[in-house]
Design a protein around this ligand. Structure first.
Ligand SMILES: N[C@@H](CCC(=O)N[C@@H](CS)C(=O)NCC(=O)O)C(=O)O
Length: 218
């Protein structure tokens, strides 16, 4: 059976986990922490990051690569890319805006989740990048009702995994969620929160965060 390695407080782990649930691929979760020094870990995930998967004896890292692999390795399962070439390109554009630009702008501020202080200058620089990324998202997002149109796609997988952590980060830091300033985003996120796969994902994420915080307070 396919194995997913990492931990459920990571947005990138949750991107792959949500894709596996939505495609109905059978999988098993294995908790591992990232490492940039453990040779065994680096042989599985050379950049020292999570998540990575194990399938048919091989290890694969980088979430976008993993999703492309799922599409190729499970051709009989529902594809999460639109069939039309332009719509599929738009879907990938949305994923790139969320996974690359929004995530990397917000990442320096994520420490707040794990009980770390975040310096005000880091918060304001992160917010500037996030606001720019959200304007890019606004130019491409359709909310019809899904991010890339009328079908659930990988754009929704990326958005659910990362927009929620970005929003919660700034809500904690500044008392306001910048994602909700994107017209249509509030209703979209509320709709996504009702999906059975998303409910399951969030329950696991909350439980893992509680465990992590208990560990830190010990
Ligand atoms: N581009 C990578 C990003 C993965 C990533 O940033 N993972 C984080 C956890 S959310 C990580 O392992 N960070 C530890 C580190 O960079 O040392 C992907 O798409 O898989």
């Amino acid at each position: 059976m396919l194995k997913l390695y990492g931990f459920p407080t990571s947005n990138f782990y949750n991107k792959v986990k949500l894709a596996l649930m939505e495609k109905e691929v059978e999988f098993e979760e294995v908790r591992v922490a990232p490492s940039k020094t453990d040779e065994d870990f680096l042989s599985r995930s050379p950049m020292g990051k999570i998540p990575y998967i194990e399938h048919k004896g091989a290890f694969i890292c980088e979430t976008q690569v993993i999703l492309e692999y799922l599409e190729a390795a499970f051709p009989d399962l529902q594809s999460l890319y639109p069939e039309n070439a332009l719509e599929a390109a738009r879907c990938r554009e949305l994923m790139t805006i969320v996974d690359m630009h929004l995530d990397s702008a917000a990442r320096p501020a994520y420490g707040i989740f794990f009980g770390r202080e975040v310096a005000p200058e880091i918060v304001s620089k992160a917010l500037e990048g996030v606001e720019f990324g959200l304007k890019a998202l606004q130019r491409r997002a359709q909310f019809k009702p899904y991010l890339a149109g009328n079908e659930f796609t990988y754009a929704d997988v990326s958005a659910e995994a990362t927009l929620t952590i970005v929003g919660q980060t700034f809500e904690k830091l500044n008392g306001a969620n910048p994602v909700l300033n994107v017209p249509g985003a509030a209703d979209y996120l509320a709709m996504m929160a009702e999906r059975p796969s998303v409910k399951k994902l969030r329950r696991a994420q909350k439980a893992a965060l509680r465990m992590q915080q208990m560990g830190q307070n010990r």
